[in-house]
Design a binder for this molecule. Structure first.
Ligand SMILES: Nc1ncnc2c1ncn2[C@@H]1O[C@H](COP(=O)(O)OP(=O)(O)O)[C@@H](O)[C@H]1O
Ligand SMILES: [Mg+2]
Length: 353
């Protein structure tokens, strides 16, 4: 993924990770928004606590920056258990997973980030571990290979994925609770911006917080990032107090527009409109035209453009909506049904008359 984007996807570098850690809500009650997920998850966790059992495994699915890692940490905190962290790409062999699973203590929470990117053999080992708290460790090779069953302590798996659709059915089915995290509303983001401003000791006017929230692409990580950028701007260009005017000027400088679209979003739209006449065009062709990986376009840019009603996914490819043309200041082509207007403008004499 490119690193020059203000409105990128993952945490960008160690500095941002430190700040994110400082801004993370620690308990379910501090977690803003995602009302339904929060309520359902609260029930799952508290009923497990009452029965002194490990809760069902939890799958968190949703775009980058919506709070999956935060929730995983909260789950461990609410259960009063340590959190073991690994990720799909780090597990290349079944043995890597066996090494983690066999050292889990009873009740521990295992967080597997980007779980859709785990190696296949490890995935199969995980099915059995999730269901029976047991793994088969294969020793030796070829005809002499034997599987040694190994009991593991009951644990809770929390998986996170930006692409739930890429998870094999059998894996998805083994999660007792699946939480779909959606974009946040402007009011929720405003609460997050004010909370973060408080924690970072930034003075921000209410209408400025609303301005930042409204341009955050429905994403808490971006809200926090934009808050830091407007703070920098206010410190250098003014007395440090963030007013709405300063916020707007800073966001303009960083190329975030009124709808929250950033450079990549606009590049995707512009290419779709100018190069492909509004589509339909395939995802990979579109990605090549903006110099990005298809996954980046699909996971980072598209969901927000779809949510904004600027782009639609159709079986034949991606198409721009009329609103997309307007947003970029272009004139949409007439809808195909209107092709006849040239010939029957009101007031024209009837043909042949
Ligand atoms: N519901 C929320 N309330 C407050 N802050 C949040 C919330 N969700 C995410 N954040 C903030 O956004 C940042 C990114 O969240 P994170 O959990 O790392 O996202 P993900 O793992 O889904 O990419 C964190 O710094 C966190 O403080
Ligand atoms: Mg994360």
């Amino acid at each position: 993924m490119s690193t020059d984007r203000l409105v990128g996807s993952g945490a960008e570098g160690p500095d941002e990770e430190v700040i994110e850690a400082a801004l993370r809500p620690k308990r379910l009650d501090d977690f803003v928004g995602q009302e339904r997920v929060r309520e359902q998850l609260g029930l799952v966790l508290h009923s497990a606590l009452r029965r002194s059992r490990t809760p069902d495994h939890v799958l968190l699915s949703g775009g980058p920056g919506l709070g999956k890692t935060t929730l995983a940490m909260i789950i461990a905190a609410e259960l009063g258990q340590p959190l073991r962290v690994s990720s799909g790409p780090a597990i290349e062999r079944a043995g890597d997973l066996a090494a983690i699973l066999s050292t889990l203590a009873e009740g521990e929470v295992l967080f597997l980030d980007e779980i859709h990117r785990m190696a296949r053999p490890a995935e199969e080992m995980l099915y059995m571990a999730m269901e029976d708290f047991r793994v088969d460790v294969v020793v030796g090779k070829g005809p002499g290979a034997t599987a040694i069953p190994l009991d593991i302590a009951p644990f809770t798996l929390v998986g996170a994925t930006t692409r739930a659709g890429m998870l094999p059915g059998p894996l998805r089915d083994r999660f007792g609770f699946v939480a779909h995290m959606d974009f946040y509303g402007p009011e929720e983001l405003e609460v997050i911006v004010r909370r973060s401003a408080r924690l970072l000791d930034v003075k921000i006017a209410d209408d400025a917080a609303a301005e930042v929230a409204g341009r955050s692409r429905g994403t808490p990580r971006i809200a926090n990032r934009l808050l830091r950028r407007v703070r920098d701007f206010a410190e250098v260009r003014a007395d440090g107090v963030v007013t709405a005017g300063l916020a707007r000027a800073a966001l303009e400088l960083y190329e975030v527009d009124e709808r929250g679209l950033d450079r990549l979003d606009r590049a995707v739209l512009r290419s779709l409109l100018a190069t492909f006449g509004g589509g339909p065009v395939g995802l990979s062709t579109l990605a090549v035209s903006v110099g990005e990986e298809p996954e980046t376009v699909e996971v980072v840019a598209e969901p927000f453009l779809v949510r904004q009603g600027l782009l639609a996914r159709t079986p034949r490819g991606r198409i721009a909506t009329p609103a997309a043309w307007t947003h970029l200041g272009l004139t949409p082509p007439p809808p195909p049904g209107d092709a006849g207007t040239l010939f029957d403008v009101p007031g024209d004499p009837p043909p042949g008359g």
